[in-house]
Write a protein that binds this ligand. Structure first.
Ligand SMILES: N[C@@H](CCC(=O)N[C@@H](CS)C(=O)NCC(=O)O)C(=O)O
Length: 230
């Protein structure tokens, strides 16, 4: 049995952006299915009790959950495992974890770190995602910005760095690990590049992205990544 591959996702979800980058890079034919942000659990119940996006369903109907395992699965099934085999495995695993630990945490503060930026973000999200008419407006203007603003502010406080500084430090550390090569993976990107690219790209639909564009080496790498997309 063969069916078209699908990705259940939210348009603004950083973890979904990781997978979308690899899909675009490989030029895969995948149907993107935007789920209702208020009904994620129900929308992906077919994949078991994971209850989160992204969920990737391959042509054999196999469901894979969690963005990094999805990246690995796609590389294995659709790219002959070339990216996993590229370079030192331990270095790759270490930095994959680094992107998931550090970059994912830096993404929330930059989008929600101040009440103003939280409001900008939720308003933008309500335009990009699929909501009902009423919940769309409620989402943009009511509890969410405030609640998420609080969570993000706490994270910023715990770290002690402003969201922009935190992102700049991470980009410096990340591009410093490229050993003078154009990508983390060397002459061509690997799974670590797509993980990091996904986190950074998830900020791109928001005005706060301009806080990142003046990071020279980070932005140069980001543009090189964009140029590898089909
Ligand atoms: N570690 C997971 C995180 C996925 C995740 O947290 N997705 C969010 C959307 S950005 C979600 O679906 N949350 C629903 C929930 O936690 O109930 C991954 O990398 O895929």
């Amino acid at each position: 049995m063969s069916q078209k591959a699908t990705l259940h996702m939210l348009y603004t979800c950083p973890f979904c952006w990781k997978v979308r980058g690899l899909i675009e890079h490989l030029g895969m034919d995948v149907d993107y299915i935007g789920v209702n942000g208020m009904k994620i659990k129900k929308s992906v119940a077919f994949a078991g009790d994971w209850g989160k996006v992204p969920v990737f369903t391959d042509e054999q109907g196999q469901h894979v959950v969690n963005s990094t395992p999805i990246l690995r699965h796609i590389d294995t099934e659709y790219n002959d495992g070339k990216m996993s085999a590229q370079g030192d495995k331990e270095r790759q695993d270490t930095w994959l974890e680094w992107t998931d630990a550090k970059m994912s945490k830096a993404t929330v503060p930059i989008l929600y770190g101040t009440l103003g930026s939280a409001l900008k973000t939720t308003t933008r999200i309500s335009k990009l995602e699929q909501f009902g008419f009423v919940s769309k407006r409620l989402y943009a203007w009511a509890g969410f910005p405030i609640m998420w603003g609080f969570i993000a502010r706490k994270r910023v406080k715990n770290d002690g760095r402003k969201p922009k500084q935190l992102w700049h430090d991470l980009l410096t550390e990340f591009t410093g690990s490229h050993d003078g090569q154009p990508f983390f993976g060397g002459a061509s990107p690997d799974l670590v590049d797509f993980s990091a690219f996904g986190y950074m790209r998830s900020i791109s639909p928001f005005p706060q992205f301009n806080l990142l564009t003046d990071h020279e080496s980070g932005m140069a790498w980001y543009k090189r990544m964009e140029a590898t997309l089909a």
